[in-house]
Every structure is written in structure tokens, then in C-alpha cells.
Design a protein around this ligand. Structure first.
Ligand SMILES: Cc1cc2nc3c(=O)[nH]c(=O)nc-3n(C[C@H](O)[C@H](O)[C@H](O)COP(=O)(O)OP(=O)(O)OC[C@H]3O[C@@H](n4cnc5c(N)ncnc54)[C@H](O)[C@@H]3O)c2cc1C
Length: 505
């Protein structure tokens, strides 16, 4: 498959970029530096940054998930430094796992885990681990099989099962074992014991790659994207907010213009070249004339996991010292709790208060997604109190943000669908570049999304980059080892329709 670099001449007219997230803005910056005219169209009426934006509520700030700034790619680190300057904070990671009233260090440490579990439970865990080693399962097909064989059933239930199921909304016995092998690579009971004894072994360098240290802008990730948006505008780019692309007009193998919906109706934006970071599914469904039925079918099959943040404001100066806590407790729906003050003290309007982000992973077809804000705040408040992390009196306010398409889902069909769509666009939209996370249906972090944006922009300038190799081939424009996989990969299902959104709940 070619690299979508069908561009041999510099654009004479305007380049239209869909989306003012990290990818779209980075691409715009690259093009502005080359003196090209750029138009950025963003559906959000006010805020740039996409999934990496910062939301402000009564002077309190929070992210859509906590956003660590960390990249193996020096160009990206330099760009963040160029934009954020000396203001960027350096943070030591502090995160733990909450399980049945106990907090376990994460990354896991064996002494801490055993101490927390207590003598009886520790003996039971060791027994269950030894059983799985002495009589290992013959067939290892699923995530559950893999983890039980490696750690024993009890440790699987405490440290792996619930959180994974909360994030992806599917049972662990339907997720492929390959995914466990990737996600938990390097982590084993023997590696944990060696780490505790400070005894070097072959697994240890891999465990060290868990990111212990990262950067963070004082006002959250959105600060970086606001600065970059202002910069590209000062360089002549137009950045129109509240413009949702609903149609892409195409003829003679090229995109001619996009139509946007805005507050006052619709607008048409012609262009020489187009760069899309909007979800691939929506892009294909917006084609006019429509894409052929098999392409529409492929696009309609692309799925996303959605995400709700309930921000709770507490009139407590300190609640817990972590930046975030993974909630493995099966009694509550919350999957992770961010404490934004521990990312940066400037995330709170007043140092006597704390802002927490309770994160719920769901589908937009679920009842939770359609609950009123009031009910979601009440649920989050009840769960926080139930976990013993706060009392009712201390929770003084709350706000809700629903984020559709937070995670592109890698199910059994997505690779074929993406391939089919790419083939179609390569022939029928030769002046269109796809980039970014949902733009490529790829589980990219900010750095990878930015890299794909840079490459797509350079392709428009006549380069020949393959942005599809980013985050697939660790050595492509990256230096050093592959990125931490920790809790960030998406699972592969072993059953045909296991990743289908549940009907409710
Ligand atoms: C919970 C969570 C935690 C994360 N944590 C980290 C982290 O710690 N570190 C990290 O580096 N990354 C993290 N990420 C990933 C990071 O958010 C993304 O990689 C990054 O935002 C992708 O940039 P993008 O520009 O490709 O896409 P997006 O951020 O999705 O931006 C796309 C933009 O396009 C706009 N758009 C969409 N459709 C249209 C349309 N039809 N018309 C006009 N505009 C449109 C959207 O409004 C959006 O602004 C996290 C993501 C999530 C969900």
C-alpha cells in the first residue's frame, strides 16, 4: 500500500485541516512554517485540543483523562518545550490501585502487595499462583487464561480482571491472549521478586520502561494547544471554531470542498488539499457523492469506546497524594480517579479545594451515557464516599463532560475496514491525508498523533512519509525502545461480536 504521498507540488491554494486537536494543530504549524495558507475547522465552539483539551469549570480545571507529556521522539519533546517553555512542570508519577479498601502501589511491588493483602490472602494468592505453575492450563486462548497461568486466579481477580472489564466493557474471557502478552509483557511474579530483591534479571529493563516521570503544563494539556492555536493564527492561519464538517464534496478523484454546520447555518470551504483528523467513520459517511456501499459498510463497522468524566470539587486541601488511582473494586462503576491538583497546583481556583476527575468508560448507547448530569454527579459522589476517599460534606460541587469516541476499538474487523477505506481514499481522494488518533483509527497518544500530523503536512509539501508506520513500527521516526504499553493498548476479541456495545448499563 502506498504512503498516501501523492503530492508532488506545493499547494497553491488553501490547505483545509479538519480538527484542532494535537494532530491538526501540529500539521497546521508545519504548513505555516512553510508559508502555506491554512484553514483549520474545529467543531467545538470554544476549545481547541480535542481529547487533550482542558475543561474549565468555575476556575477549576480538568483533563479528559490525565494527559502525561512523554515521548520517545526528541522532535516532539522539543516541540513541547518550544511551545510550553520553562512553564512545563516535571512530575514524578504517583499512581496506585484501589481494591477493597486497600491501596496498592502501581507499578506493582511484591512486598507492598503482600503486606496489603495480609497473611491469609497472601498465602491464598501464593497457593493459587503455585497451582497455576504446577498444573498450567493447556490451552491459552484468552486474556483470562493467560493471566491466570502467569499469576494464578486470585491475583488475576485482584489486579487484572475488573479494571480491564471496566475499560473495555467486555469480559476478560473474550479478549485475546495475545493482547495480555503485549500488555503485561515483562511483568511476571519472578520479575517482581527479583525487583524486590534488587536482583537484575532479563525482565527488569522492560519493567523500567514504565514511565515514572513526565511533563505537564501548569494549566493542563489544553494550555499547550491554546498557545499553538494562537501561534498558527499569528502566522496567518485561519482557525474557525464551531464549524462541524458534515459533507466532503468529491469529484474526479479529489476532494473539492467541505461543508460545515455552524450556529448560523452552513458554510462551504473549498481547498487544494485536505487533512482529516475527524473519526474515519464519520469522514466516509460524510462523502458526497456517497462512497460505494462496501466502503460505507466498512466505515459503519468502526467502533469507539466513549468516556465520561465527572469532576467533583471538594473543600479539602488534600485528599490523596496520587495523580491518579485505578479503581479495581467491583462494587463501583468508576474506573479511575484523577487528582488534578497533584498534576499541577494551578488546576484549582483556590488551594483550599481539590478537583477530582472520576472516569467512567462506557458506550454512547448505554443508559449511563444518557443519565442527567445531576444523576451522574450523585452517582460519582456516592461512589467516592463508598470507597472511603471522601465524606459527603466535603463534596461541594460537580460537573460532567461526555467524550464520544475516546478510544478507537480494535475488534476483529477493524483492520480490514481500515485497509478497505484507505484503498478507496487512495484512488478516490488523492488530495486527502488522514492523520491523528480517530483520523487513522489508531490508538495514538499525543506524540504519535502529532507525528502523523507532521508527516501528513510534509506529504502535502511534497514529502513521502508513511504516517501509518507511526506507533506500529517503533523505530520509525522514534529513538530508543518501544513505548510503555502499561494499561494503554486496546484488546483484541476472540469472539466475533464481543466488542459490540451492550444494550444498556
Ligand atoms: C482518557 C484518555 C487519556 C489519555 N491520556 C494521554 C496521556 O496521558 N498522554 C498522551 O500523550 N495522550 C493521552 N491520550 C491520547 C490523546 O488524547 C490523543 O492522542 C490526542 O488528543 C489525539 O490527537 P488528535 O488531534 O489526533 O485527535 P483529537 O484529540 O481527537 O482531536 C480531533 C479534533 O477534531 C475535531 N473534530 C472531530 N470531528 C469533527 C468534525 N466533523 N468537524 C470538525 N472538527 C471535528 C474534534 O472536536 C477534535 O478537536 C489520552 C486519551 C484519552 C481518551
Amino acid at each position: 500500500m502506498r504512503s498516501e504521498a501523492a503530492f508532488t507540488t506545493r499547494p497553491a491554494g488553501e490547505v483545509v485541516i479538519i480538527g484542532a486537536g494535537p494532530c491538526g494543530l501540529t500539521a497546521a504549524y508545519e504548513l505555516c512554517k512553510a508559508g502555506v495558507r491554512v484553514l483549520v475547522l474545529e467543531q467545538d465552539p470554544k476549545t481547541v485540543g480535542g481529547l487533550s483539551r482542558t475543561v474549565e469549570y468555575k476556575g477549576f480545571r480538568f483533563d479528559i483523562g490525565g494527559h502525561r507529556f512523554f515521548s520517545k521522539n526528541p522532535q516532539i519533546e522539543e516541540l513541547w518545550t518550544e511551545i510550553g517553555g520553562d512553564r512545563m512542570l516535571r512530575r514524578e508519577r504517583k499512581s496506585r490501585i484501589f481494591y477493597r479498601g486497600l491501596l496498592f502501589k502501581y507499578p506493582l511491588e511484591i512486598i507492598d502487595s503482600l503486606k496489603n493483602l495480609g497473611a491469609m490472602e497472601s498465602i491464598a494468592c501464593i497457593g493459587s499462583y503455585l497451582r497455576s505453575r504446577l498444573a498450567p492450563a493447556r490451552e491459552v486462548k484468552t486474556f483470562e487464561d493467560w493471566v491466570v497461568r502467569a499469576f494464578g486466579r486470585r491475583l488475576y481477580e485482584i489486579f487484572f480482571k475488573t479494571y480491564t472489564e471496566k475499560v473495555w466493557g467486555i469480559p476478560c474471557n473474550t479478549i485475546s491472549a495475545d493482547w495480555a502478552a503485549q500488555r503485561i509483557r515483562g511483568l511476571s511474579v519472578s520479575a517482581l521478586i527479583r525487583a524486590a530483591l534488587r536482583w537484575p534479571g532479563k525482565d527488569q529493563p522492560i519493567i523500567k520502561t514504565l514511565i515514572g516521570n513526565f511533563r505537564y503544563p501548569p494549566h493542563g494539556p489544553g494550555e499547550i494547544w491554546e498557545i499553538l492555536a494562537a501561534r498558527i493564527q499569528s502566522m496567518g492561519a485561519r482557525n474557525l471554531m464551531g464549524e462541524r464538517v458534515v459533507t466532503l464534496e468529491r469529484s474526479n478523484n479529489r476532494i473539492r470542498a467541505v461543508i460545515t454546520e455552524n450556529r448560523s447555518g452552513t458554510s462551504r470551504h473549498p481547498g487544494d488539499f485536505f487533512l482529516s483528523t475527524m473519526p474515519m467513520r464519520d469522514l466516509i459517511l460524510a462523502m458526497d457523492p456517497p462512497a460505494p456501499p462496501e466502503i460505507v459498510e466498512a466505515a459503519s463497522g468502526l467502533r469507539y469506546r466513549d468516556f465520561i468524566t465527572v469532576a467533583l470539587i471538594l473543600d479539602r486541601a488534600e485528599v490523596f497524594p496520587d495523580q491518579w488511582i485505578y479503581v479495581h473494586d467491583p462494587d463501583v462503576k468508576v474506573g479511575r480517579i484523577q487528582n488534578f491538583k497533584n498534576w499541577s497546583p494551578d488546576m484549582v481556583a483556590d488551594p483550599r479545594f481539590t478537583v477530582l476527575g472520576l472516569e467512567y468508560f462506557c458506550f454512547d448507547s448505554s443508559t449511563m451515557w444518557h443519565e442527567s448530569d445531576e444523576n451522574l454527579i450523585a452517582m460519582a459522589r456516592d461512589e467516592l464516599v463508598h470507597l472511603g476517599l471522601a465524606d459527603y460534606k466535603s463534596i461541594v460541587d460537580g460537573a460532567v463532560v461526555r467524550q464520544p469516541a475516546a478510544y478507537p476499538i480494535y475488534d476483529n474487523h477493524y483492520q480490514d475496514s481500515v485497509r478497505t477505506i484507505r484503498r478507496f481514499l487512495e484512488c478516490e481522494a488523492v488530495n486527502l491525508q488522514l492523520a491523528g488518533r480517530n483520523g487513522m483509527h489508531k490508538y495514538n497518544n499525543q506524540d504519535h498523533a502529532m507525528l502523523t500530523g507532521m508527516m501528513a503536512a510534509r506529504n502535502i509539501l511534497g514529502g513521502n512519509y508513511d504516517q501509518w508506520r507511526v506507533n506500529s513500527d517503533a523505530l520509525y521516526l522514534e529513538e530508543g525502545e518501544p513505548e510503555e504499553t502499561g494499561l494503554r493498548l486496546t484488546p483484541i476479541s476472540v469472539a466475533p461480536d464481543e466488542l459490540a456495545p451492550p444494550k444498556a448499563g
